[in-house]
Design a protein around this ligand. Structure first.
Ligand code: GLY
Length: 376
């Protein structure tokens, strides 16, 4: 499989072309040094997940050194807990101590946590350092490393502080997925299935047909799913970079429920993709309750998620979490407007819409809870 390039087309700003390439393939990590050197970068700070420092970050570093760059490595502890204000402050301090200047580029190596955190630190330190994303998890390769969303969590909710800060480029090396724990790999498949549900019926059918190869992380299947997902993400981001037209919001299918499950359970219980899988189950159920889709489509989506090893038992999760807390978190979601609940809901396979004004009673009903009086 020859490495491929997906272009994220963005409007120029201040006379600068901000469009960038996503490179997808095996051995892409070795391209980092030559690519940065071609951009005349002489110093790079690699911010890496501690779990990948010895492997993937080392390959990136060797490539940067071979290309003549001066480097510094800053490690971040694995896990969602690192997406926090204290961790951003620590990294700002480390950058200050190393006398990092505006010509230094940041290279973020790891999953969504490191990508979001390092992107946020890059966006804010000395009012902005260039950042390159090197996603080493499936979730990051198919979603979070593309499109420039950066941020940290607050106890009140996920990603409540952050900004858009587009990377200069994305290097998605399929080889780095070989060391990913199985559970993390499978969790990334939720975002892949999402593209099928929201934009691409034939990709959904392809996933159904090749589910065994996909679940087994067969390299050819991986190449196809990462490339297809990257193309979808790039197209959406190109058309609605700052989520103003409502188009980019479709990428959040299942995420309003997912963020509430993650936040209410304290961020440690679910991997992000697992929460997204449960969120897609809840969102499809909500769409069915509102008469937008039939139960056949709900079952078809949920069957594929389950066959790919993803959690789908929303009822047992909902039984453990307080519905009023889940609703309160959803009202604070960035997609909410004036505290009104909004959800991305399918109307058919391959098409979703952003729907306003959904009642708390309908949301509570799909969570199959007892004891909640609907409040609006
Ligand atoms: N992960 C959703 C987005 O980037 O818009």
């Amino acid at each position: 499989m020859t490495p491929q390039t997906v272009r994220v087309e963005l409007a120029a700003a201040g006379g600068c072309d901000r469009s960038y390439d996503i490179r997808v393939g095996q051995g892409i990590l070795a391209e980092i040094g030559p690519q940065l050197a071609a951009h005349k970068v002489t110093r790079a700070v690699v911010i890496a997940d501690a779990a990948v420092v010895a492997q993937h970050a080392r390959i990136a570093l060797e490539s940067l050194h071979a290309a003549g760059l001066d480097t510094l490595v800053l490690e971040v502890a694995s896990g969602e807990g690192s997406k926090a204000a204290g961790e951003a402050a620590r990294l700002w301090g480390d950058l200050a101590e190393a006398a990092v200047d505006r010509k230094t580029h940041i290279v973020a190596v790891g999953g969504g946590v490191v990508g979001d955190l390092a992107g946020f630190v890059a966006a804010t330190y000395v009012r902005g350092l260039a950042v390159w994303q090197v996603p080493t998890t499936l979730v990051a390769q198919v979603d979070s490393a593309i499109g420039g969303k950066t941020g940290i969590n607050l106890p009140a909710g996920k990603n409540l502080v952050g900004c858009f800060w587009q990377p200069r480029g994305v290097f998605s090396d399929i080889n780095s997925l070989a060391t990913l724990p199985k559970r993390e790999y499978l969790s990334g498949l939720a975002e892949v299935v999402k593209y099928g549900v929201i934009r691409d019926e034939s990709f959904f059918a392809w996933l159904e047909e090749h589910r065994q190869a996909v679940a087994a992380a067969d390299p050819a299947a991986l190449h196809h799913i990462i490339l297809t997902s990257s193309r979808h993400k790039a197209e959406v981001v190109s058309q609605d970079e700052h989520e103003t037209s409502g188009l980019r919001a479709i990428l959040n299918y299942g995420h309003t429920f997912a963020h509430a499950f993650e936040s209410a359970s304290g961020y440690g219980r679910f991997l992000h993709g697992e929460a997204v899988s449960l969120g897609m189950v809840a969102a499809a159920r909500l769409a069915c309750r509102l008469g937008r889709i039939d139960s056949e489509l709900v079952d078809r989506q949920n069957r594929l998620l389950a066959e790919l090893g993803l959690p789908t038992d929303v009822d047992s999760v909902a039984r453990e979490l307080a519905t009023d807390e889940l609703l309160a978190i959803m009202r604070r979601d960035k997609k909410a407007v004036s505290g009104q609940l909004r959800f991305v809901l399918p109307t058919r396979l391959g098409h979703v819409e952003l729907v306003d004004g959904i009642s708390a009673a309908d949301v509570a009903a799909v969570l199959e809870t007892t004891g909640l009086e609907a409040t609006g």
